[in-house]
Each structure stands twice: as structure tokens, then as C-alpha cells.
Design a protein around this ligand. Structure first.
Ligand code: UD1
Length: 308
């Protein structure tokens, strides 16, 4: 069994590749190294790395030769960047995605699992959100992922290509780049702590998120490749917490108090976010998720080691 992982050198991709190799898969990575890096990937006999862009149909078609499964993670991942340059984001997230589907459909691929996002939902009402929740995306990024889900459904119906879109919630963990202005709140706070800076909470900190450790995302990705489930599926821990609780847990893990500054709430921020995990339960054991305390401890530890 050989799986093509697009975007395999990136944050979620590289953890997924590690997990796939541990599980005994042959892995081929297709990455243009625009944000991913070779150093994120191990040297392994069962791993092949191909440099190429998902917007280049021939590159995708060639990369799919001899492949039985696809894990499609290559994307423009920043909500803010999608607002600033919608055409660029669309070309990667929609055209690139359709290239992967078309190449898969015309090859021997048995199954495609791809990264969707909780961003497809927009303002959540009611909570927790399940997959039947209305899609009212608030950014080009969310819209692009929602279009992916519709394309996925269409390719399954019309071309009998089994597909599963995973709607990730707030992912954190090693290798998430804190330097980006759009970095996730946890990687940003850890980097600020390291530089002995205060952290900034936008709003009063009562907003909630479902923070999921990247190794659990990797586990879900591998389980999803092996599962018969199709359509879309939330990927979250099912346990949300407030930003204030996250900051307290982080302080406990680092053993030092955080100096917190409050600023006005971010425009367009949703206040509460939480996931219904019933459907995810059909893919993997949802009781096994890394707790926030453990995930943050691992991240802090790894960040300290990489500084030494
Ligand atoms: C996240 C995803 C986004 C996805 C969305 C789906 C990340 C980086 N972004 O956005 O791709 O579309 O979920 O729901 O994972 N905050 C602070 N201080 C900071 C940075 C952030 O208080 O310095 C706050 C934000 O205002 C927000 C919360 O922390 O309330 C989480 O922010 P962020 O990590 O950027 O993720 P989301 O906005 O939830």
C-alpha cells in the first residue's frame, strides 16, 4: 500500500508521514517546499520525496503513479492570507484540490482523504457543531474548503471515488511556525514566552476553542485512510476550553506565570467553538486524545530542546 501525501513536508503533513511510516505504509511526499521543509521529514527506506506543485496537473498525475491512497494536505492555510489575496488562495486550495481529484479519478487510487476545516461552518449555532451544521464561511479560506467538500461529494457520486474530508479544529504542536502573523494562538504564546514577552489576549479570554494536538491529527489521518467512512467528518477532541483556561494550563506546564495583556477582540472572531465527535467515533477511538496539559508540556519541552 502506497500513500501519496501532498504537503507532506509541512506541519500536519510531516507528523502524518511519521505516523504512516510507523504503521508500515510506503509513503511518497509531494511538496513544493513553499512553507514545508525537508528537515521536517525523516530519512526512511519507505519514504520518497518529490518536489512539485499541486497546481501543476502533470506533476500530480506523475506523483500518483503506483499509488493506492491519497492524503491531500497541501494548501494555503492562512485565513488572513486568503482575505488579502483571494485569487492566490483559490488557485492553491480549489484548483490544486481539483487537480488531485481528477488525477486520482483517472488512476488506480482507491481512496482520498483530505484536509477540510472547521472554518467552513462560520458562526456556530447551535453548539456543539456536527457535520450537518450550515456552512456559512467567513473567509475565502473557509469558502474554498467548503467548495472542496462539495467537489468531494460530487466526485464520489459521479465518479465513484471514495473520499473523506476532515474538518480540523484548532491544531497545535511542534513545527507550527510561530513567526507567521497568522500563527495559531498556542504557538504564538509559546514563542512569546520564550522571548520573555507578555502574551496578548484579544477580548476577555472567555472565547472557547477545541485545541487538538497535531499527533492526534496524524493518528486521525491514518485511521481515516483505513476507514470506509466517506463524506465529511469533524476532527477535534470534543473538549473545548477558554483561552483563559489554556493560559493557566500553559503557565502550569512552564512553571512560570504568564504576563497577560488584553486587547480589543479580533474582528470576525467567533466566540464559542466546540465539536460533536459522534462521526469521528466511527473512525477512531475518541477517548485517546492527548490532554491539553500533556500536549502543551510536550510542546514546551520540544521547544526548549530545539533552543539548546
Ligand atoms: C482557527 C484556525 C483557522 C480556522 C478556524 C476554524 C489556526 C491558526 N487558525 O482560527 O485556520 O479557520 O480555527 O474555526 O488554527 N488570539 C489571542 N491572541 C493571539 C492570537 C489569537 O487572543 O495572539 C485569540 C483569537 O482572537 C481567537 C483564539 O485566540 O479567539 C484562537 O485564535 P487562532 O489560534 O488564530 O485560531 P482561530 O481564529 O480559532
Amino acid at each position: 500500500m502506497t500513500v501519496l501525501v501532498t504537503g507532506g513536508a509541512g506541519f500536519i503533513g510531516s507528523h502524518s508521514v511519521e505516523r504512516l511510516l510507523e504503521t508500515g505504509w510506503n509513503v511518497r511526499v509531494l511538496d513544493n517546499f513553499s512553507s514545508g521543509a525537508r528537515k521536517n521529514l525523516p530519512t526512511h527506506d519507505a519514504l520518497e520525496i518529490v518536489e512539485g506543485d499541486i497546481r501543476d496537473f502533470d506533476a500530480v498525475r506523475l506523483a500518483l503513479e503506483g499509488v493506492s491512497h491519497v492524503l491531500h494536505l497541501a494548501a494555503q492555510v492562512f485565513v488572513q492570507a486568503s482575505l488579502e489575496n483571494p485569487p492566490n488562495s483559490c488557485s492553491i486550495n480549489v484548483l490544486g484540490f481539483v487537480n488531485v481529484l481528477q488525477a486520482a479519478r483517472t488512476s488506480d487510487v482507491q481512496r482520498v482523504v483530505y484536509a477540510s476545516s472547521a472554518a467552513v461552518y462560520g458562526p456556530p449555532q447551535p453548539l456543539p457543531i456536527d457535520e450537518t451544521h450550515a456552512c456559512q464561511p467567513m473567509s475565502p479560506y473557509g469558502l474554498e474548503k467548503s467548495i472542496n467538500d462539495q467537489y468531494g461529494k460530487l466526485f464520489e457520486q459521479e465518479f465513484f471515488l471514495p473520499l473523506l474530508g476532515l474538518r480540523y479544529f484548532n491544531v497545535y504542536g511542534p513545527r507550527q511556525d510561530p513567526r507567521s502573523p497568522y500563527a495559531g494562538v498556542i504557538s504564538k504564546f509559546i514563542s512569546q514566552l520564550k522571548q520573555q514577552q507578555s502574551v496578548t489576549i484579544f477580548g476577555d479570554g472567555t472565547q472557547t476553542r477545541d485545541f487538538i494536538f497535531v499527533k492526534d491529527i496524524a493518528r486521525a489521518n491514518v485511521a481515516a485512510l483505513q476507514s470506509p467512512l466517506t463524506g465529511v467528518c469533524n476532527v477535534a477532541t470534543g473538549k473545548s476550553c477558554s483561552l483563559l483556561q489554556m493560559v493557566q494550563t500553559l503557565a502550569k506546564c512552564t512553571g512560570q506565570p504568564l504576563e497577560v495583556v488584553h486587547q480589543a477582540a479580533r474582528h470576525g472572531d467567533i466566540h464559542f467553538s466546540s465539536s460533536n465527535n459522534d462521526r469521528l467515533g466511527q473512525v477512531l477511538n475518541t477517548q485517546d486524545f492527548t490532554s491539553l496539559e500533556r500536549g502543551l508540556s510536550l510542546l514546551v519541552q520540544e521547544t526548549e530542546e530545539s533552543c539548546e
